[in-house]
Design a protein around this ligand. Structure first.
Ligand SMILES: Cc1cc2nc3c(=O)[nH]c(=O)nc-3n(C[C@H](O)[C@H](O)[C@H](O)COP(=O)(O)OP(=O)(O)OC[C@H]3O[C@@H](n4cnc5c(N)ncnc54)[C@H](O)[C@@H]3O)c2cc1C
Length: 510
């Protein structure tokens, strides 16, 4: 078998990478040793940036329709409601998806898988990567199929989306540095009868544990329970039975609840680790194979999806003969610092949510519930927290693909800010998988013939520099932005800087 790209692993990372390659019209082979998409709820939190990415391939609307937007959040102490906050529009004005969406991983993977089959491709299920080697020209992989037979795949590139225990990472000899949390975490997918209504996420705050009840779509009693035991438990997590955890939950909540129909239950220890490099030669890592961390903030799956999104357009450029292989080095350059930041952020989020240090615990239990309502309505809090948690704030300002040639408030390397143009999202104009040059015009004469100058690499749009856009970019003079196919700003220039744009493209693609 021959293929330009071999994707190993069809979890959310591999599946979403495959969707992006379809979008870029790049052929691929995707294999997974499992029988099909996961039947379990696993990762449930889907963030704004993921939905923006899905919007480009027409999947956001379906994801939102099949999921549930987190609206009310009740903060409780020993089951007593201390505050009720509304998070349904927390990121208002920052994204077309200003919320956290709850969508079970099983359903989520099905949506991605259907996009792949609609695109005329499919996952080779029950097919396992056994070994591989690479040369300057390609990768040779041995795979074992469902009937036990082996086959050799010749691939241009290999992407290991094969999860935390990644064979690809091990075979490439990459480090996976970090540590392991002392605590034991648990997760259960259940039906609950209790006094609280299903229209809210319930967080029971305590001085040393984490306990959250996420309302799940598909029934008034359907919840995901996520929690952690206090530090110092000597138990082996694999031996803990669900009944013991139910006792812990009842003891912490101190209010009657009847848990039944336990559909899925798991206990685990959390590792926080990242690779020292996202690629070696023609082989790349994405998702949990490259970074794992605490579930605080629901970041893991969303980050894997963004890894694939970053890599896909670069692979497409190379395979379509539009860029040289050097551009692939920027995958590690951009995603490794992000993985490092992610580990720090999730550690901090976990510390805030369940850390035992007395001051943090005091703030969490005694202060936060009483100020949460006011704080979450403050614009500066929203502007600080939403970009961080929803992943719209990730930037590649230090990347060699980012060039500022005009002093405006937004920098090259930032995600294109969200705003409306004539009542429609700016992102509605950015669906095509190519570069987009946008000139924000202050009323000066329009320069003709720009698109011909760009050799078909970018579409060119001119938009009046409306006051709200002038405010976001903090300038009232014409300027242009060149967006990469992942809608990050590559280049910002003064006026109609066609020369600057051409030079930029020549530099990054040649
Ligand atoms: C309880 C819990 C809750 C979570 N909640 C969230 C959340 O709300 N939001 C969020 O963003 N993240 C969440 N996460 C993290 C999230 O589940 C992971 O980050 C995500 O599943 C990683 O996806 P992946 O595709 O990279 O890896 P995986 O999902 O692990 O998929 C890897 C795939 O590779 C296949 N594979 C492995 N080796 C081979 C091989 N040799 N050959 C062929 N196939 C192979 C496996 O069968 C598997 O299907 C949560 C995690 C846990 C444990």
């Amino acid at each position: 078998m021959k293929t330009p790209v071999l994707i190993v692993g069809a979890g959310p990372t591999g599946l979403s990478l495959a969707c992006q390659l379809i979008r870029h019209r790049v052929d691929f082979l995707i294999i997974d040793k499992k029988e099909g998409t996961t039947p379990y709820s696993k990762a449930i939190g889907v963030h704004a940036r993921t939905l923006e990415i899905y919007e480009q391939i027409g999947l956001a609307e379906r994801a939102v329709a099949e999921g549930a937007i987190v609206g009310k959040t009740r903060l409780m102490e020993e089951g007593e409601i201390r505050a009720e906050i509304d998070l349904s529009r927390f990121g208002e004005g920052m994204s077309a998806y200003p919320f956290l969406l709850i969508l079970e991983q099983g359903r989520h993977e099905k949506i991605l898988h259907e996009y792949i089959t609609d695109g005329g491709k499919d996952v080779m299920w029950q097919t396992e990567l056994i070994s591989f080697s690479q040369s300057a020209d390609g990768v040779t992989a041995e795979i074992r199929k469902a009937d036990g037979s082996s086959e050799t795949v010749e691939a241009g590139f290999l992407v290991g989306c094969d999860g935390a225990k990644s064979l690809v990472r091990h075979s490439l000899g990459l480090e996976f540095t970090g540590g392991t949390f002392e605590r034991i975490f648990y997760v259960a997918d259940v039906q609950i009868d209790w006094e609280y209504s299903h229209d809210a996420l319930h967080l029971n705050l305590s001085k040393d544990t984490l306990l959250g009840f996420f309302p799940m779509p598909g029934g008034e009693n359907h919840y995901r329970i996520v929690g952690s035991l206090a530090e110092g438990s000597e138990r082996n997590e694999a031996e803990i039975l669900y009944e013991e955890i139910e006792d812990v939950i009842k003891n912490e909540l101190k209010h009657p609840l009847d848990v039944h129909d336990v559909n899925w239950f798991s206990t685990y220890k959390v590792h926080t680790r990242h690779v020292n490099k996202f690629s070696v030669g023609r082989c790349f890592l994405a998702g949990d194979s490259a970074h794992i961390h605490s579930p605080a903030g629901a970041q893991g799956m969303n980050t894997g999806i963004q890894d694939g999104y970053n890599l896909a357009w670069k692979l497409a450029m190379v395979l379509n003969g539009r860029a040289s292989v050097e551009i692939l080095n920027t995958y590690n350059e951009e995603r490794l610092p992000n993985a490092k930041r992610l580990l720090k952020t999730t550690d901090r989020m976990f510390e805030l949510g369940a850390g035992e240090e007395w001051f943090t615990a005091w703030l969490r239990v005694r202060v936060f519930p009483y100020v949460a309502n006011i704080m979450t309505r403050m614009e500066w809090v929203q502007r600080m927290v939403f970009p961080l948690v929803s992943q719209i704030g990730i930037n590649y300002r230090r990347s060699s693909l980012s060039k500022d040639a005009a002093a405006v408030k937004v920098s090259a390397g930032d995600r294109m800010p969200y705003f409306l143009v004539d009542g429609q999202s700016i992102y509605d104009r950015l669906h095509e998988p190519q570069f987009h040059l946008i000139v924000f015009n202050d009323g000066s004469a329009v320069q003709a013939g720009m698109s011909e100058d760009l050799d078909g690499l970018a579409d060119v749009q001119t938009i009046p520099l409306y006051p709200h856009i002038a405010e976001i970019f903090d300038t009232d003079a014409t300027f242009c932005v060149l967006l990469r196919p992942d809608n990050y700003i590559g280049f910002i220039g003064k006026g109609y800087d066609i020369e600057g744009v051409r030079e930029y493209l020549k530099k990054i693609l040649s």
